[in-house]
Design a protein around this ligand. Structure first.
Ligand SMILES: CC(C)(COP(=O)(O)OP(=O)(O)OC[C@H]1O[C@@H](n2cnc3c(N)ncnc32)[C@H](O)[C@@H]1OP(=O)(O)O)[C@@H](O)C(=O)NCCC(=O)NCCS
Length: 154
């Protein structure tokens, strides 16, 4: 198995991995949703890959086994993100037949190394029930001080 950073040549693979993750997470997408998402992903990956977005792929000669994405944003610094850069970890997926043999742990460790090299101060994520024990094992913690909140606009 090889673990590597995705490049601009991997856009079709990244689109498939995003759709597969969303199907694993939501169970279903309408054709309209799929088309809208595919269209956004093509533009998004072309624009952001290896600038403020990185993806790690675990692969064999024929197959992608696992992946994780990191979207980096820059904002006014504070003591908790002194470089102003934070990463959002998303799309952590290991295909079912390759689970529980440590692949996602290796993929996330690689993305953490890459994030450190890019000066990212901290990484946040929203954990699924399946993902939470994995993240805890790797050292992610729930914030004792802040509750994550959101408002849906569109
Ligand atoms: C969550 C997921 C990415 C884990 O991938 P994986 O390659 O199996 O993870 P690892 O083998 O590296 O797991 C490492 C450790 O995390 C914990 N862990 C992983 N999956 C777990 C599960 N389903 N239940 C409980 N603990 C789990 C265990 O401590 C495990 O170590 P162990 O197998 O020695 O006990 C995979 O189950 C998946 O793709 N799920 C569907 C998508 C998803 O929910 N992604 C997370 C989004 S936040």
């Amino acid at each position: 198995m090889n673990i590597r950073k995705a490049t601009i040549d991997d856009i079709d693979i990244l689109i498939k991995l995003r759709i597969d993750y969303l199907l694993a997470d939501n169970g279903n997408l309408t054709t309209d949703e799929k088309n809208a998402i595919r269209s956004q992903l093509t533009t998004y990956f072309s624009k952001h890959i290896n600038h403020d977005f990185i993806a790690i792929l675990a692969e064999t000669d024929n197959n992608i086994l696992s992946t994780a994405f990191l979207a980096i944003s820059e904002k006014p610094a504070n003591p908790a993100f002194i470089t102003g850069k934070t990463g959002t970890l998303l799309n952590v997926l290991t295909y079912p037949e390759y689970r529980r043999i440590g692949i996602a742990s290796r993929v996330i460790s690689k993305i953490i190394d890459e994030a450190k090299q890019l000066g990212v101060s901290s990484i946040n994520l929203s954990a699924t029930k399946e993902g939470k024990p994995l993240y805890e094992k790797l050292g992610f913690t729930e914030s004792p001080k802040y509750t994550s909140m959101k408002m849906q606009l569109v």
